[in-house]
Design a protein around this ligand. Sequence first.
Ligand code: PSU
Ligand code: MN
Length: 311
Amino acid sequence: MNISKNLSLVLSSKISRSLQRYTPIVALESTVLTHGLPRPQNLQLARDMERTVREEGATPATIAFLDGHLHIGLNDQELERLANAEEPYKVGPRDFARVITDEANGGTTVAGTMLACKHANIKVFATGGIGGVHRESSFDISADLQALATIPMIVVCAGAKAILDLPATLEYLETMSVPVVGYGTDDFPAFYSRESGLDVSVNLDNPQDVVEFAKAHWNAGLQSAVLVANPVPLADAISKSEMEPIIEKASKEARQNGIHGQALTPFLLQRISELTTGKSMRANLSLLLNNARLAAQIAGALRTTEKRKLA
Ligand code: PSU
Ligand code: MN
């Protein structure tokens, strides 16, 4: 183990330029590539998400560890390396030291990506679904919630993954002062489904309003994130009643096989994809792109607001 290792940030040339010129940036996580999706869909998705962000006029920053260095923005060759890496780490905040000292490759979770954004001063981030309180064990609480509680940025997701205890997850977010913005909805989205039957904090339906809301939140002295919950596009949504028995079945299998900790979320996502013969994966891909698009629009609105303030 190399004990003198510090965090080494590697900014891609595009991200360095964008930070200098103050143009909009959207961070993208990479656990979804290393642990959330199978090959080759993972690499395809990574490229599609980056393209979607660019189409909306922002610069994508996929964040990941390569050889123990924290990369902010990957070029295509690096994306490919990550997507095909052998036994990559799943890197949340507590795994930073391990991936650095092992000089390993890893995909950053929502929480890990947020920690990276804090170092790189990136304020907008798109993901699929955040982690939360697991159903089987109320002690299995994703570090994503802790990161949302302490890192001030705008995180766009399609709600929390439906495999979770959603009421408990929302309670936790309330305790940690994380406002949940329903994007064009009063109902907290449940990842594969557009609705969960649970309330959001506020319903906003355009990027500018999201930015103003976030500014008001931070100006009130809070250091927590603003979570934007963007429902999966209608064409790819799966109803709650269709998903629930499948989630129950996958959760039961996880319990029977003693799967827990970091392995639980990837196991459930994969089992659900098998049980729905790929339908859940299509919903997953669709919502990821939808979130990348919205995050890019929000990043654009944020830059406009800040430039106006500077002028
Ligand atoms: N959303 C997806 N697929 C994923 C994840 C989210 O559509 O693979 C990942 C995220 O990186 C999230 C992580 O941070 O799962 C949560 O893992 P855990 O529950 O172990 O904290
Ligand atoms: Mn967990």
